[in-house]
Every structure is written in structure tokens, then in C-alpha cells.
Design a protein around this ligand. Structure first.
Ligand code: FMN
Length: 173
């Protein structure tokens, strides 16, 4: 049944936006003492190609959010279909997310998730509060990517993307 605006509570918002299928990424950074931090996100969006900008929306008060705004630098690791355990690990609160997991490091020395489909290292271009999240706009400093199956998220569940073998869209090159 359709919801009216008056009934848009957090549960309704989460349920409705859950119809929007996304990939899954881990945003990583380091604390002033060098300790790596990370959190699972699906709010990743490409903002601009030239200059290269992306954004992520991060919960206010999460350790990774504070570490990113403090360090001014972060990385995004786009997860493969085999990395659901990594997505779960970095979604747990109050845990040393990297315990027992050796991070890889990008060219700009930001910790990243090994074996991810893509890495993007970013400087924080700007950040601002929007409701209960902080929107972090990153200027992409460096990227690397490889072919592979992405991890998907839909309706609160992880899943796979079915490649139907269609031709690429004409504007994609
Ligand atoms: C698939 C998935 C996507 C998520 N996307 C986001 C997101 O975009 N932004 C966010 O703030 N939290 C998101 N979360 C929740 C955070 O991962 C979780 O609250 C966070 O890891 C807690 O980290 P902390 O210990 O630093 O507080 C997502 C969780 C999952 C499982």
C-alpha cells in the first residue's frame, strides 16, 4: 500500500529505499595513530567525472565517520560477490573491524580491503550534516579496478547481479 508523507518514519524510509538495488562498499581511513577504521556502506554515489568526485553518507557519531573527517582522507573498496563476510564484519558496531585482517594500502597510503573489485582513494573535498548523517564528498586521487562479480544489496539482503549479456549503453565508454 502507498504511504503518505505523514507516515514516513525511519522504518518506512528504510523499507522504501530498500527497493533501490545497490552495490556494497567499505569506506576506510586511519586514526591519528595509524589504526585503520572502516564501515560498510551502500550510499556510495558518483557525483562528478571532471573533476572526479564521489559521495558517501555516514552515520553521525560512527567511529569511521569521525576518523574520516579528522584525517581528511579515505578510500572506498567496492566489494565482490565473495566478500559478504567482509560486508558483515564492517557493519558491526563497537568492534575492531580490522582484527585479524591485514589491510592493503593504496598509493596514497590509505588502508583498503584486499581483493575488492575496485579501490578509490579520496581527499575529503567537503562534508556537511544532512539529517542524521554526514554527507562526505571525496575528490578521487587514484583508482584501480578489476573484472569480477559485484556484491549487491536489495531489500535488506545481500545478493548477486545477473549479467544478461546486453550491449553496453551508448554513453558508456
Ligand atoms: C549493506 C549495508 C550498507 C550500509 N550502508 C551504510 C551507509 O551508507 N552509511 C552508514 O552510515 N551506515 C551504513 N551501514 C551501517 C554501517 O555499516 C554500520 O553502522 C557501521 O559499520 C558501524 O560502524 P562503527 O563501529 O564505526 O560505528 C550499512 C550496513 C550494511 C550492512
Amino acid at each position: 500500500m502507498a504511504s503518505t508523507l505523514a507516515s514516513v518514519n525511519p522504518q518506512t524510509m528504510r523499507l522504501t529505499m530498500g527497493r533501490f538495488a545497490t552495490g556494497v562498499a567499505v569506506v576506510t581511513t586511519y586514526a591519528p595513530d595509524g589504526t585503520p577504521h572502516g564501515m560498510t556502506v551502500n550510499s556510495l554515489t558518483s557525483v562528478s567525472l571532471d573533476p572526479p568526485l564521489l559521495l558517501v553518507c555516514l552515520t553521525i557519531g560512527a567511529r569511521s565517520t569521525d576518523a574520516i573527517t579528522a584525517s581528511g582522507r579515505f578510500a572506498v573498496s567496492i566489494l565482490s560477490s565473495r566478500q559478504e563476510p567482509i560486508a558483515m564484519r564492517f557493519a558491526r558496531r563497537a568492534e575492531d573491524h580490522f582484527a585479524g585482517l591485514e589491510p592493503a594500502y593504496g598509493r596514497h597510503r590509505v588502508p583498503v580491503i584486499p581483493d575488492a573489485l575496485a579501490h578509490l582513494e579520496c581527499d575529503v573535498e567537503r562534508h556537511f550534516v544532512a539529517g542524521d548523517h554526514i554527507v562526505v564528498v571525496g575528490r578521487v586521487l587514484d583508482t584501480c579496478e578489476r573484472a569480477g562479480e559485484p556484491l549487491a544489496f536489495l531489500g535488506g539482503r545481500f545478493g548477486d547481479v545477473v549479467d544478461r549479456g546486453h550491449a553496453r549503453a551508448p554513453w558508456y565508454f
